[in-house]
Structures are given as C-alpha cells and as structure tokens.
Design a protein. Structure first.
Length: 320
C-alpha cells in the first residue's frame, strides 16, 4: 500500500496587521489581558478584495512550487474552512478553477479548527487506497468576516490566513497515522448560526459565539489524551517526536500539551503571538514557517493536534 508524503508546503498572511493595542480603542480590553490569557500580540486581517479562496490560491501555489509539480497533476483538493467564499460551490471548487486544475475531486471539510487535520486524514485515506496520487490539503480562514468586532471574547482571538500542503503517493514513509474525533453534545459552547437556515443573529449577519473557558477546560483534557492515543497507535515513545505543531488557540493550552509530551517549548512550533488563532489554517501556517526557516527537516517526526467547535479534535503523526 502506498504512503502519503508531504512534498511541499505554502502559506499566506494578509498584509494588514491588527495589534492588541489597536483593539484598546475599539473595545473594553487591554494588550496585557490578551497577551497574558492567550499569548497573542497581533493578528493578520483580510483585505476587502481578498477571500478564503484567494488566500488558499497563494498558499497552494507556493506548495505546488515547493513540491515541484504543476497544478494539472493534482487529483484531489480538500479545504478545511469555516469561512468559505460561498455556502456552495465549495471553496475547493473555486480554487480548482483559479488554479486551472482539471477534473478532480474537490470539496471543503467543515471541522472548525480541526479542518486541516480532518483534510489530511481524508487525503491520507484516499492516497493509501489508491483513489488519488497528488492532493492539495489546505486550511484557509477569513475569520474576520465571521467575528462580531464588538464581542471581546472572540474578536481579539482570531486572525486570517491560509496554509497548504501537497500530499503525494510515495514508497517512503509519510503520514504515519491520523486520529479524528468529534462530540456534538458540546455544540452550544462554540458555534456560528447559519443565516440561510433562518438562524439570524444581529440582522443578516451570523457571528461566532464562544464560551471560551468551557472550551479551554475540555481542550486541555482532550488534547492530553490524543497524544497518548497517537503514540500508542504507532508504538512510539514521547522522545520519538521531534516537533509538536499544535493548533494555535491559546499558549496555555499549547504548553500543557508540550508538558504532557515532556517536550521543551523550543520544540513546539509557535505562531500564536504574531498570527493569533487562524482556525483551520493555523497548523499548515506553522508547518510552512518551520519548514521554510529550516527547523523541520526531512526524516523528522512531527505531531500535529487540533481542537475546535463541535467539539471536533484530531491529530496526525507525520514523517517529513
Ligand atoms: O480554536 C478553537 C478552540 N478554542 C479554544 O481553544 C479557546 C479556548 N479558550 C481560551 O483560550 C480562553 O478561555 C480565552 C482566552 C478565550 C479566555 O480566557 P479565560 O482565562 O478563560 O477568561 P474567561 O473567559 O474566564 O474570562 C475572564 C474574565 C471575564 O470577566 P469577569 O466575568 O471575570 O469579570 C471576561 O468578561 O475576562 C473577561 N474578558 C476580557 N477582559 C478583557 C473576556 N474577554 C476579554 C478581553 N479583554 N478581550
């Protein structure tokens, strides 16, 4: 059976940056509160002319270049997003058109902040089963469009951006395992209503709602468990993991997972301070950063983990 190997990465962050200080004049908050509670100093904000698919296009183009393949070779596109261009067609279909990829399977995955891990898990299964040879897996989020900028419990947390990988069928080891979970009984602590289903909030626009502390408590426990599950499934020890790439939701959640792995923070790829929480985009954005700055090297083992609204959570153990 073929393996699925990451052969290229790419990313995109919008030009505009909003600092914590910038929020102080907008809402009742402080730089000190935001940084101490989350680890965030700033986030990137999408321009009016940009969309989820336009950010995905730039990240995907970089990933294709890094992999040394052309868009026409792609036979599967999966985008994890909660802020798509349209309800349908999927942002993956829109991207397929933008990149000029021919006929292939293209769809979005709605798994909130775990969207990239879910996409990676699905693409891995496609490739291992022989249903695809070269896949684009992307996380892209225009979170600013789904935030109520007067709600201090959400608007300071989230940022915009996109990250992409090319996943190719290979004889070499690649994705070692993925572990996908959900528990819909927590649907009311982190959600966005759907205006087209008649669930309007504030007139026409629906915004993200988060009971942050309730999410926090479950996330810490659940992510601790998934570390054990992932290592056990591969017969590996904590010391076999070279890098941790966590979903960048909160530096305190990240530190608790690193502690569980006995991993020093220098071995954790962090983007939260400068990018905030970019939902499904945060893991591929961090991966691309660490591949391009030379920290993550070929042959190393990377543990990725994410947690988000649903709840949905998941992990991937990947040999680079
Ligand atoms: O990515 C998807 C998954 N999401 C997560 O994993 C998020 C997990 N949750 C968190 O990261 C944290 O819960 C937050 C950073 C969102 C909040 O931190 P917290 O330590 O859990 O604070 P809290 O929600 O318990 O709020 C504490 C206080 C409250 O005031 P009172 O009731 O104690 O007077 C809030 O109203 O902080 C207040 N508060 C703020 N104060 C200043 C909430 N947001 C802000 C703010 N600035 N932006």
């Amino acid at each position: 059976m073929a393996n699925a190997k990451i052969t290229g990465t790419g990313s995109y962050l919008p030009k505009e940056i909003r600092t914590n200080k910038g929020f102080e004049s907008m809402i009742d908050t402080t730089d000190e509160w935001i940084y101490a509670r989350t680890g965030i100093k700033q986030r990137h904000v999408i321009a009016d002319s940009e969309t989820c698919s336009s950010m995905a296009e730039i990240a995907a183009t970089q990933a294709l270049e890094a992999a040394g393949i052309s868009a026409s070779e792609i036979d599967l596109i999966i985008i994890g997003t909660s802020s798509p261009d349209r309800v349908f067609p999927s942002t993956a279909c829109i991207l397929q058109d933008k990149l000029g990829v021919g006929d292939c399977a293209a769809f979005d995955v709605q798994a909130a902040c775990s969207g990239f891990i879910y996409g990676l898990g699905i693409a891995n299964q496609f490739i291992r089963a022989g249903g695809a040879k070269k896949a684009l897996v992307i996380g892209s989020e225009a979170n600013s469009r789904i935030l109520d900028m007067s709600d201090r419990s959400t608007c300071v947390i989230f940022g915009d951006g996109a990250g992409a990988v090319v996943l190719e069928s290979s004889e070499e080891e690649g994705v070692l395992s993925t572990h996908l979970h959900s528990d819909g009984s927590h649907q009311d602590v982190l959600y966005i209503n759907n205006p087209i289903a008649g669930q309007k909030q504030d007139g026409e626009q629906a915004y993200m709602t988060m009971l942050g502390n309730d999410v926090y408590k479950v996330a810490v426990k659940t992510l601790g468990r998934i570390v054990d599950e992932t290592l056990d499934a591969n017969g590996m020890q904590k010391s076999d993991v070279d890098w941790l790439i966590p979903h960048q939701a909160n530096i305190r959640i990240i530190a608790s997972v690193a502690k569980k792995l006995n991993m020093p923070m220098e071995k954790v790829i962090l983007t939260i301070e400068e990018q905030g929480n970019t939902s499904a985009a945060s893991i591929p954005l961090a991966l691309d950063k660490a591949v391009r700055d030379g920290r993550i090297k070929q042959g190393q083992t990377v543990l990725m983990e994410a947690f988000g609204g649903g709840f949905v959570w998941g992990s991937a153990l990947v040999k680079m």
